[in-house]
Design a protein around this ligand. Structure first.
Ligand code: NDP
Length: 559
């Protein structure tokens, strides 16, 4: 990314020459990248010459040349670095990583406290930089999904520290607790984007929510359409849509009964206003995994008795489990104060604005499962498939940019897309874009799901694109149509020579869908394809994949 220009006024009044500052980002879904750009703007206003750099195109040797560094990184899956930071993470951990005695730095982590390895990647970078002799000028802050306040506080503290010539302290504070982080010296200077955004979602009319599965399917995947008319929101194929969900009314009713409340009790909303309890629980607060504060409020005895970690019962899975398992009935306002804010969910956009101006489409799989003997359901997915009403509901949405996941800039470049299940979403967008822009590049899609008869999502559209030649190749893997499982990666291996020939012709390779198993297996299959068809060793094939990643020809949107 090009360096962000420093603000002219700030530059003119800066007491000394502009301080150089490198802002590195490790980003899977674009959040860290967006925050890095915001950080650069804020730094420019404070007399820094800031350059935003993608961790993928950065080496430890370059780090040895830097004086001032801000590193913003998410963590992905089970404590892994995001794809673009994998190489830097590994090479910094290597024994031959250079000493960094002249570097002053601060790290900001982005994560989700629902994961055990919360902000692990940021922690790794933070400790490793210190081990290599760099000086931490301001403590790391680990941000939860609701990152705005913690990020702003971190940025203000880090920029203030970098602006002073004081030597780096050995501050080791590691916290996601805003109360422990230094207070900003003045009003946050980070720039909020104008118009509708995460902090100000657009109330979009729900136009369509249609089941894509046939009768008898084990899945419930919906095609969802929203109107963006009048929003001023713009997106590109590859972006995600943030959706503000509402909790299930039955679940709220069950919770109210467990609390001995009727729902009319006045409670504070996160924005400071006052709402009836029922509405606050439906629209504002997360009823998923309970926070330590809530557990303490529900069971003060366990905390004061100082029960050892081993003796403590397993954390209840949902807020309702914690309430049902506790004799305490906290006052509504106390109960609310122990809840997290309900967070928007991100969905890969399934449309191109060139094909459907004024609209945005999603492919949403209803999440339902059983846990601890109770039926459970995904909050936002079932809100969109079951509870929101097409033609009636207004749903809060915003665009989440994902610049690392785009069709090739050159319309003639071939692209290979692997998108089983709901992973098809962004590839419908990519294909719509290529059709609408009359791009000449060849397109190859691998799609898989359980059964051809009921789960061939967007079947008619895909077959029509195949007929008219937009889809050069369409390979499907229906896992449950025969005795043994067949997955997309098997189709890749069956056509190793052809796939390798596409890569050699400059094709971009994309994967979207399940992160835990599918994306890993597909990456292994990609290596196997390259080794087999390219007559390479495993190490050479791995290096080939790494080059694809570095040159932005291998991109993933996985969840
Ligand atoms: P799935 O990934 O569950 O299934 C699509 C196809 O992939 C099926 O044929 C499945 O076969 C197959 N598959 C299973 N394992 C592998 C593997 N290792 N390699 C390749 N293919 C495999 O599709 P969904 O779109 O339903 O779900 C995708 C992921 O997203 C899941 O992890 C799901 O839990 C999650 N999800 C999350 C949502 C959210 O709101 N956050 C919403 C919807 C889904 P088979 O099942 O027969 O083994």
């Amino acid at each position: 990314a090009p360096p962000a220009p420093a603000d002219a006024t700030a530059a003119a009044t800066a007491p000394a020459a502009l301080r150089p500052l490198t802002i590195l980002f490790g980003s899977q879904t674009g959040t860290a990248e967006g925050l890095a750009k915001r950080a650069a703007k804020a730094a420019g206003q404070r007399g820094f010459a800031a350059t935003v750099i993608d961790a993928a195109s950065y080496t430890p040797a370059q780090l040895g040349q830097e004086k001032n560094l801000l590193l913003i990184t998410s963590t992905f899956g089970e404590g892994e670095p995001p794809d673009n930071a994998k190489q830097l993470h590994a090479s910094l951990a290597a024994p031959d990583a250079p000493a960094l005695p002249n570097l002053r730095f601060s790290v900001c982590g982005l994560g989700d406290t629902n994961y055990v390895q919360f902000c692990r990647c940021a922690q790794d970078f933070d400790t490793r930089l210190e081990k290599l002799g760099a000086g931490r000028v301001s403590p790391r802050v680990d941000c939860d999904l609701d990152y705005e306040a913690s990020f702003t506080r971190w940025l203000d503290a880090a920029l203030a520290a970098l602006a002073s010539d004081a030597p780096a302290s050995a501050a080791r504070l590691v916290s996601n607790d805003p109360a422990l982080a230094p207070e900003p010296a003045r009003a946050p200077s980070t720039v909020e984007p104008i118009g509708y955004s995460r902090t100000r979602p657009f109330p979009a009319a729900l136009l369509v929510s249609r089941n894509l599965n046939g009768a008898g399917s084990g899945k419930q995947v919906h095609h969802v359409e929203f109107s963006l008319e009048g929003s001023g929101l713009a997106y590109e194929a590859g972006d995600a849509l943030g959706v503000v969900p509402q909790n299930c009314p039955q679940q709220v009713a069950e919770l109210l009964a467990a609390l001995d409340c009727d729902g009319e009790e006045a409670v504070p909303a996160p924005d400071g206003s006052t709402l009836p309890l029922r509405r606050a629980l439906t629209e504002c607060y997360d009823l998923g995994r309970p926070t330590p504060e809530l557990l303490a409020a529900l069971n003060p005895a366990a905390v004061s008795a100082g029960a050892s970690t081993d003796a403590r019962p397993a954390t209840p899975f949902h807020v309702i489990d914690a309430v049902l398992g506790s004799p305490a009935k906290p006052a509504p306002a106390d109960f609310i104060s122990g809840l997290r804010r309900l967070q928007p969910r991100l969905y890969s956009i399934a449309s191109s604005p060139l094909a459907v101006p004024g609209q945005v489409h999603l492919t949403v799989g209803a999440v339902r499962y059983e846990k601890d003997g109770r039926p459970r359901q995904g909050v936002c997915s079932t809100f969109l498939t079951d509870r929101a009403n097409p033609g009636q509901s207004l749903v809060g949405v915003f665009v989440h940019r994902n610049p690392a996941f785009r069709p090739p800039a050159n319309g003639a470049t071939p692209m290979i897309m692997v998108g089983p299940g709901t992973g098809i979403a962004p590839f419908r967008a990519f294909l719509q874009q290529r059709a609408a822009s009359a791009a000449s590049g060849r397109n190859w899609l691998f799609f898989g799901d359980q059964r051809a008869a009921t789960d061939f999502l967007y079947r008619d559209e895909l077959l029509a694109w195949q007929r008219d030649g937009l889809l050069t190749r369409l390979d499907t893997a229906f896992s449950r149509d025969q005795a043994e499982k067949i997955y997309v990666q098997q189709r890749m291996l069956e056509q190793a020579d052809e796939l390798y020939a596409w890569l050699e012709a400059g094709a971009h390779f994309y994967v979207c869908g399940d992160a835990s198993r599918m994306a890993k297996d597909v990456e292994a299959a990609l290596r196997d394809v390259i080794a087999k068809a390219g007559a390479k060793t495993t190490a050479e094939a791995e290096a080939y994949v790494q080059r694809l990643r570095e040159t932005k020809r291998y991109a993933r949107d996985v969840y």
